[in-house]
Design a protein around this ligand. Structure first.
Ligand code: NAD
Ligand code: DAU
Length: 336
């Protein structure tokens, strides 16, 4: 029986992964989440009480707790992290605590308990930035060159995972994925933030010249990629996962404004993010060739579904916007 310790399962991708697994596989899930500002048990209401799902509130930095949970599972899928680049500029320390130290605690306990597979969920941001129009893409051979405290902390965690593999024989796999979008994404990230603002005729804050490019991937496609890597991926291997959908912030804003029938005048150019990476793009040919994965959801389908979800679940969005998030952003940015 496969029983997975999912860390950070109450966040955006973790919650989608839990829903995806419970629907598409017979695996059991133990979800360990600290419930930081980004963790939300509302995301998992539909699976609560199910025989294959259990939730434990706790911190991945808590060694004794992590060690105890590790004894009950066969696999680990590690999502738990501080995930927002803007926050990492304002408060880097917690990114090091959770993303670096927390990952080391998990790796130590996974090695000790002879976990069958430790799957580490990482990001394309560890590779640094591409030029807007050089036609290049990141792949598994791209050297690391992180720029933000967030990406530096993720890069450190990637190195630790490989070090535990090389030094202690821990069997691991890793995915470096591009920008996810879909249901339950915290409305600090561009797509849900812009939908929420557009709906209320508030400005859509576009950083710098709005031409920085990200490669958008519908979250269900990422979940399927992780499941395939766990099942069929070679131990000690890394797979790059991307959506073949390069868009800049202006294009994201235009798509959302058009879908909601709002005026382009809501687009507001604001001060750029410090160290803003210009472009990310992923060459996913390794996972496509070896495991038969490719993104199934086009950007047009995915963004339509995501806008619909955000509109249909405005109470979920508003609970967040009116809570801690609102206080935080008012303090940092004077509200946006
Ligand atoms: P998120 O911020 O929505 O969720 C993070 C979750 O981790 C939350 O539920 C939070 O409560 C939990 N958490 C944070 N610190 C914790 C701790 N110390 N102990 C236990 N739980 C803790 O993040 P997300 O967007 O779902 O990202 C999940 C993972 O995927 C991260 O590792 C991120 O680096 C990676 N990733 C994200 C994207 C993306 O586009 N969102 C792309 C590539 C990789
Ligand atoms: O590439 C994968 C990464 O994608 C993940 O590792 C991160 O966890 C995830 O947060 C995401 O990082 P980004 O910084 O790319 O996502 P964000 O939604 O914050 O920004 C996307 C782009 O939109 C980026 O170029 C900055 C721009 N932006 C963002 C916000 C929030 C704006 O122009 N205005 C905004 O208000």
């Amino acid at each position: 029986m496969t029983k997975i310790l999912v860390t950070g399962g109450a966040g955006f991708i973790g919650a989608n992964f839990i829903h995806w697994v419970l629907k598409n596989r017979d695996w059991e899930i133990l979800n360990l989440d600290k419930l930081t500002y980004a963790g939300n048990l509302e995301n998992l209401k539909a699976v609560e009480g199910g025989s294959r799902y259990e939730f434990i509130q706790g911190d991945i930095c808590d060694g004794p707790l992590v060690n105890d949970l590790m004894r009950k599972v066969t696999h680990v899928v590690h999502f738990a992290a501080e995930s927002h680049v803007d926050r990492s500029v304002l408060e880097p320390a917690v990114f090091v605590e959770t993303n670096v130290l927390g990952t080391q605690v998990l790796l130590q306990a996974a090695s000790k308990n002879k976990i069958k597979r430790f799957h580490h969920v990482s990001t394309d941001e560890v590779f640094g930035a591409l030029e807007l129009s050089d036609g290049k893409k990141f792949n598994e051979e791209t050297p690391y060159n992180p720029h933000s405290p967030y990406s530096a902390s993720k890069a450190s965690s990637d190195h630790l995972v490989r070090a535990y593999g090389d030094t202690f024989g821990l069997e691991y796999t890793m995915t470096n994925c591009s920008n996810n979008y879909g249901p339950y994404q915290f409305p600090e990230k561009i797509i849900p933030l812009f939908v929420a603002n557009a709906r209320e005729n508030k400005p859509l804050p576009i950083y710098g010249d709005g031409k920085a490019v990200r490669d958008y991937l519908y979250v269900d496609d990422h979940c399927e990629a992780i499941a395939l890597v766990i099942e069929k991926g070679k131990p000690q291997e890394t797979y790059c996962v991307g959506g073949d959908s390069e868009k800049n912030s202006i294009e994201i804003a235009e798509t959302i404004l058009e879908a909601l029938g709002k005026t382009r005048n809501l687009m507001t150019f604001v001060k750029d993010r410090p160290g803003h990476d210009r472009r990310y793009a992923i060459d996913h040919s390794k996972i496509t060739k070896e495991l038969g994965w490719k993104p199934r959801v086009t950007f047009e389908e995915g963004i339509a579904k995501t806008i619909r979800w955000n509109i249909d679940n405005m109470a979920w969005v508003e609970n967040i916007l009116n809570g801690e998030y609102q206080k935080y952003y008012k303090k940092q940015y004077g509200g946006k």
